[in-house]
Design a protein around this ligand. Structure first.
Ligand code: LLP
Length: 441
């Protein structure tokens, strides 16, 4: 069955009677006028169609725990939606934990991941009642045990392993291959297990965790990932008599940024994972484990679009035409960081014939601040509303204040209603952390 991550546009996208693009029953040009641009627009129906898709696809495997990878887009409103949908949260910093706690999230449904969690972050995570911590390295095992001891708690942990699986995605977002900054190499797990058994008595090892990468289009890597984890569980069982019955498979399901992308459906992934679990449980005579999955991009990526207003343009004699917009690498770092490509439309002229090859440039003082290179669009006029699709994941969450440009606002749209979920930053907020030492006055 097809799922929303296999389309470029949010599920509610249409062209309305004004001839403008509409999402969630809201005219994008109206949204741009009301809230200003750049503006992140999130379609609630698309988000929920993905969470429901995950639940439906795994319904025959009741021991599943869905955790939204908050790094893709984290705000209090998203926490509320995830809670309503019965999802937990995969958190990876003190800031993400704080956001979850302050949204009133049920912290018994949260995980803490990361390769360099600080003392304060771990302390805060345990105090907040985090359910499980995925431990990344030896340093962290010792640190975590000390903190757990000080708080007089036993902490449930997973060991993050590097499964040695390479998937075909951008090098920076591959994580499961052997030479990775994340997790224990498979030759190090024995030592970790022994340390936990013999010394780290405030830690309770419940299972293994792996994450093989992001923006994945292949099923086979998930099959292989489950196999590698099962082999390791079997080895640990035989060698130490320890039964690990929780596994975390990470996230990674890809989405469709451009027509060339061919992401697979949630149902394909679920079937592959469940199949591999059944095969390997039988083969190794291991009880079917509790499974965590941590999708991020696929939950919020397709749901989000960014609106910009067209400003100055420049035709280089015998060269490119540059059309500048009022945002850029500060609200979406992905094009400059990963050469990421997007599908773009003019929200007030979606049916216009694509007659012009244009490069959409951001407003930052940097030549690399290009949002989309050499794309075909209708002729753009100053003031047009430009819509970038599939910016919902790792867009706002990786935004910055480069050039002291303010962070944009985000609205959630549903059924003709729009609500602010992140206010546009103000100049006062921009300077709130600045301090002038008295000797400079
Ligand atoms: N679990 C772990 C341990 C992760 O490291 C990640 C993503 C996820 C889950 C969620 O993966 P997803 O379902 O979103 O693929 N900034 C990059 C993506 C970095 C992904 C980092 N880890 C980008 O913009 O493409």
């Amino acid at each position: 069955m097809k799922t929303a991550n296999q389309d470029i546009k949010p599920v509610t996208t249409k062209i309305n009677e004004n001839g403008n693009i509409e999402i969630g029953g809201c005219d994008l040009v109206d949204l741009a006028n009301t809230y200003g641009t750049p503006l992140y627009v999130y379609d609630e129906e698309t988000i929920r169609s993905m969470t429901k898709g995950y639940k439906d696809a795994f319904k025959n495997y009741p021991k599943i725990n869905m955790m939204f990878a908050a790094k893709a887009f984290m705000t209090k409103a998203i926490c509320k939606i995830m809670q309503q949908e019965g999802f937990g949260l995969d958190l990876c910093s003190g800031g993400e934990i704080y956001t979850a706690v302050s949204s009133g999230f049920d912290m018994t449904k949260t995980l803490f991941n990361g390769n360099n969690k600080s003392y304060d972050e771990i302390n805060y995570a345990i105090e907040s009642g985090i359910n499980t911590i995925s431990v990344d390295n030896f340093f962290e095992l010792a640190l975590l045990n000390n903190i757990a001891k000080t708080q007089n708690k036993i902490v449930r942990i997973l060991l993050r392993i590097t499964p040695g699986i390479e998937c075909h995605t951008h090098e920076y977002i591959q994580t499961g291959h052997l030479d990775s900054k994340f997790g224990f190499d498979l030759t190090q797990t024995d030592e970790a297990v022994e340390l936990i058994r013999d010394e780290y008595i405030n830690l309770k090892l419940v299972g293994l965790h792996a994450h093989i990468g992001s923006q994945i289009f292949e099923k086979q890597v998930y099959y292989d990932e489950v196999e590698v984890i099962f082999k390791e569980i079997k080895r640990i069982k035989d060698k130490y008599g320890i039964n690990l019955n929780e596994i975390n498979l990470g996230g990674g399901l890809g989405i469709k940024y451009t027509e060339e992308d061919r992401p697979i459906s949630i149902y394909d992934i679920a079937e592959t994972i469940i199949d591999s679990i059944k095969v390997h449980s039988k083969k190794y005579n291991i009880e079917e484990p509790y499974v965590f999955i941590e999708p991020g991009r696929s939950i919020v990526g397709t749901a989000g679009v960014t609106l910009y207003t067209a400003g100055s343009s420049k035709q280089v004699p015998k060269g490119r035409k540059y059309q500048s917009v009022d945002g850029g690498m500060s609200d979406n770092a992905r094009p400059s960081l990963y050469q990421a490509k997007y599908s773009v439309e003019v929200a007030n002229n979606p049916n216009g014939e694509a007659v012009e090859k244009v490069t959409i440039s951001g407003k930052h003082c940097e030549s690399g601040d290009i949002l989309a290179k050499d794309i075909m669009l209708p002729e753009i006029e100053e003031g047009d509303t430009i819509c970038f699709y599939t910016t919902g994941a790792y867009g706002y969450s990786m935004s910055s204040n480069y050039n002291r440009v303010l962070k944009p606002a985000a609205v959630l749209v549903n059924n003709g209603k729009s609500d602010i979920i992140i206010n546009r930053q103000t100049y006062e907020q921009l300077c709130i952390s600045d301090n002038i030492p008295t000797r400079l006055n």
